[in-house]
Design a protein around this ligand. Structure first.
Ligand SMILES: [Zn+2]
Length: 70
């Protein structure tokens, strides 16, 4: 019940970064994610790469090249 001390693993961080695309993070998840990224270079780089990838996917989907999700 104590979100303040919960530390995310790198795996959980990656999961949140990916999940944030489909579902908004809770404020607690946001702060956990931000805190992990502050102290973890690998996840900081990974989250940036995910952001780039998602941006590219959005362009593809907008152009009608991707699978329809609805
Ligand atoms: Zn990490």
């Amino acid at each position: 019940m104590n979100d303040e001390v919960k530390k995310l693993t790198c795996r959980e961080t990656t999961y949140l970064v990916c999940g944030a695309r489909d579902e908004a993070l809770t404020p607690a998840q946001h702060s956990q994610l931000a805190r992990h990224l502050q102290g973890c270079d690998a996840c900081r780089v990974a989250s940036r790469q995910f952001a780039d990838l998602f941006a590219q996917l959005d362009v593809l989907f907008a152009a009608g090249a991707g699978p329809k999700t609805k």
